[in-house]
Design a protein around this ligand. Structure first.
Ligand code: BEZ
Ligand code: FE
Length: 304
């Protein structure tokens, strides 16, 4: 029987994957083994610590449901999601910056007419969002589906509430750009909010004395055929958590100045109750291919 010391063990495990038929899978597994073994060696990991880690990952999996993805949340708070995003979007060439998808992209984005109030049933100061989608030369792109979603005035997404099952989506919609690449809608002014803290990831954040807050934002997924899907958020200028987002998702270019307005009409000519807010933001997409992300939790449910 072969006996290994700690470094020989690493080499043996790496070699055990040598016959993996798919080269990329082989590379990923062997590099994973290298990094994991290095971590154990560097930290002199104890049995107790190893057990705590296994138990934590087990609870993370157990917390997942068709509409809650605790593993994505873990990846987000460890900065892994933003790192995957960064290595895959190194050259923007003038395209809008990207950021995390987050765990609340659950699909069910119904196409709505421009101007719809996507938060009609929610209390809060009203915001008019006007936007345009162009290519890198500024040419407007027509017929592009744009999914939007954001939290309510209490900091919860629709899918986090029991009413979701009976009443369906709220503050979540799809708009299709017009001939000038434009779309617009009404909603409430979003607020900063904590990531869910009732699971293992939130517990870890609180126990390590990090705060769980994300700065106020609206999510956008711009999915123009022939262009790379753009997953991003637009953040509200002045939010106190812009410099310490718990998921490290803020980029300067994604911070929008939100104008406080008191005119009696919104830009589409319909009456407005003062005060209201105006968000103006343009998205520039990069030619290429790629599939828009599927909501992970929902896919698990459909496969089951
Ligand atoms: C979100 O913006 O919805 C989000 C992103 C990452 C983790 C938690 C929430
Ligand atoms: Fe969000």
């Amino acid at each position: 029987m072969t006996q290994f010391n700690d470094t020989e063990l690493t080499a043996a495990v790496i070699e055990s994957f040598d016959e993996t038929p798919e080269p990329r899978t082989k590379f990923l597994l062997q590099e994973l083994v290298k990094s994991l073994h290095e971590y154990v060696r560097k930290t002199d990991l104890t049995f107790d610590e190893w057990h705590t880690a296994i138990e934590f990952l087990t609870r993370t999996g157990q917390k997942c449901t068709p509409i809650r993805q605790e593993f994505i949340l873990l990846s987000d708070v460890l900065g892994v999601s933003m790192l995957v995003d960064a290595v895959n979007h190194r050259d923007r060439d003038g395209a809008t910056e990207t950021t995390v998808l987050g765990p609340f992209y659950v699909g069910e984005h119904k196409v709505m007419p421009h101007g719809t109030d996507v938060s009609a049933n929610l209390a809060g100061e009203r915001m008019f969002v006007q936007s345009r989608v162009t290519d890198l030369d500024g040419k407007p792109l027509a017929g592009v589906p744009v999914d939007i979603w954001h939290a309510d005035g209490d900091g919860y997404y629709d899918s986090q509430k029991p009413e979701y099952a009976t009443e369906g989506p709220s503050s979540r919609a799809r708009f299709v750009t017009d001939a000038d690449g434009r779309f617009f809608f009404r909603t409430i002014l979003p607020c900063s909010y904590p990531i869910p803290t009732d699971g293992p990831v939130g517990e870890m954040i609180l126990q390590t004395r990090r705060h769980p807050m994300r700065p106020a934002h609206v999510h956008f997924l711009v999915n123009a055929p022939g262009y790379q899907p753009l997953i991003t958020h637009v953040f509200m200028e002045g939010d106190k958590y812009l410099d310490s987002d718990v998921v490290f998702g803020v980029k300067d270019e994604l911070i929008a100045k939100i104008e406080k307005r008191s005119d009696p009409q919104m830009p589409d000519g319909k009456p407005a109750e003062a005060p209201w807010h105006l968000m103006t933001y343009e998205f520039h997409v990069k030619p290429g291919a790629g599939e828009a992300p599927q909501p992970m939790g929902v896919r698990v449910a459909e496969d089951a």
